[in-house]
Design a protein around this ligand. Structure first.
Ligand code: HSE
Length: 430
């Protein structure tokens, strides 16, 4: 039966995502009411610039006082799409204290303070949902938290940043260098004027922390995620990748150790076989590949950013939270019971592709091979091309720990015959 008193929603932020949330709430009002069991009403919109014209939004709802809005006491759900740590964190905790549930798209805040925010939601018997915080429209949080709640996830391997995927895809398909591809991404509006958060992997690391936490029922904070950006990837790296039947992607990788006793989370560029489903994720799309014990391999694909796709995820959460409120219940909160230790990067085990510039003379290959052997790193393949006494040596290893590989590279750099280490890239997804 339809309840006639509407559920009241406060929208914090009315930019690219917020304006789409408001638009869909209006245009789909009847469907949303039917799906929830009560109408939802936009009760207030907090913005920074009140004078901006906002099509479809009643100016009487607009306020610059977000704190007063979340303190009103009659708000059922606060939708936070302003991003950043403050004032979002204080507004969310204030919203819980004043009886509202919260839907957020704020990856940085959830990755940093998710545990404390969940605790605040629990204390007040309210919901905290954030499907939109990871990979825009793609359903990931709910599948991991609910659909796979009876399974055991062992690995999450994802392309969770559209800007960097666009740049790497452009480098792969056109042979462009990093700067040229970044300029194209900027001109087309994919990259921000300051692309640091994307290209240095901060954005992806926040998403990796959230995914790892949910997948492994363990608290994983942003600081636990090893992060390397993709600004050093070169056209030569792509040429090497091609020779191995691979491409290069910026990957977020969350893994359970082979003995199941610990987990790791990392973000870095990596070679991945062209046959892997993630290799075919083009342009600015996102995709996440999940490996679990019973289900096997699952792939989630779609637009990872943009106003409308992100609003889709926000609206899905809004419907779920509203249903919970009508039922007098709350949905799943934080699940961190496993409390597995998060291991440092040195304990990650994977394969490596190493390009060395070396002198081309008798004994060099043996010297290089000895260094690998001394550090317990087994070589899979070696490829050499030389000219005029100098050579390029590409070594691909079997699986080894990051610490062992790091020691190997340090020792290689000390060899007189090694002129330089041109690149080191991990090989994933095999
Ligand atoms: N800047 C991100 C991306 C979207 O390029 O995918 C928001 O997380």
């Amino acid at each position: 039966m339809m309840r006639t008193r509407p559920l009241k929603v406060a929208l914090l932020g009315c930019g690219v995502v917020g304006s789409e949330v408001a638009r869909i709430m209006t245009t789909h009002a009847a469907d949303l009411a039917a799906r929830i069991g009560a109408p939802v009403e936009l009760a207030g919109v907090a913005v920074r610039r009140p004078d901006k014209v906002r099509e479809g939004i009643d100016p009487a709802l607009v306020t610059t006082d977000a704190t007063a809005l979340v303190k009103r006491g009659d708000i059922d759900v606060v939708v936070e799409v302003i991003g950043g740590i403050e004032p979002a964190r204080t507004l969310i905790t204030t919203a819980f204290a004043h009886g509202a549930s919260v839907v957020s798209a704020n990856k940085a805040l959830i990755a940093q303070d998710g545990a404390a925010l969940h605790a605040a939601a629990d204390e007040h018997g309210r919901d905290l949902y954030y499907e939109a915080a990871v990979a825009g429209a793609i359903p990931l949080i709910r599948p991991l938290r609910e659909s796979l709640a009876g399974d055991k996830v062992n690995r999450v391997l994802g392309i969770v940043n559209g800007t960097t995927n666009f740049i790497l895809d452009a480098m792969d398909t056109t042979g462009a260098g990093y700067q040229e591809a970044l300029d194209e991404a900027t001109a087309l509006g994919y990259a921000e004027a300051d692309p640091t958060a994307d290209v240095e992997g901060f954005d992806a690391a926040a998403k990796a922390a959230i995914l790892a936490g949910i997948a492994f029922h363990t608290r994983v904070r942003l600081d636990d995620v090893h992060r390397e950006g993709m600004t050093e990837v070169t056209a030569a790296d792509f040429a090497s990748a091609r020779q191995m039947g691979c491409t290069i992607k910026l990957l977020a990788i969350c893994e359970r150790a082979a003995d199941g006793a610990s987990v790791t989370a990392r973000v870095h560029p990596a070679m991945i076989p062209l046959s892997h489903p993630l290799a075919n994720v083009r342009e600015a799309y996102n995709a996440v590949f999940v490996e679990s014990e019973a289900a096997g391999q699952l792939m989630f694909y779609g637009p990872g950013a943009g106003g409308s796709p992100t609003a889709s995820a926000v609206l899905g959460d809004l419907v779920a939270v509203c249903r919970n409120r009508l039922g007098g219940a709350t949905g799943p909160g934080e699940s961190a019971y496993a409390a597995l230790p998060v291991s440092p990067m040195g304990e990650v085990v994977t394969r490596y592709h190493i390009s060395l510039d070396v002198a081309d003379k008798p004994g060099v290959l043996a010297q290089v091979a000895t260094v690998f052997a001394e550090h317990g790193v087994s070589i899979d393949t070696v490829r050499q091309s030389g000219k005029d006494g100098e050579a390029s040596l590409v070594v691909v290893t079997h699986r080894a720990s990051d610490a062992a590989l790091g020691g190997t590279v340090e020792a290689l750099r000390k060899l007189d015959t090694v002129r330089g280490v041109a690149s080191i890239m991990r090989v994933e997804g095999e």
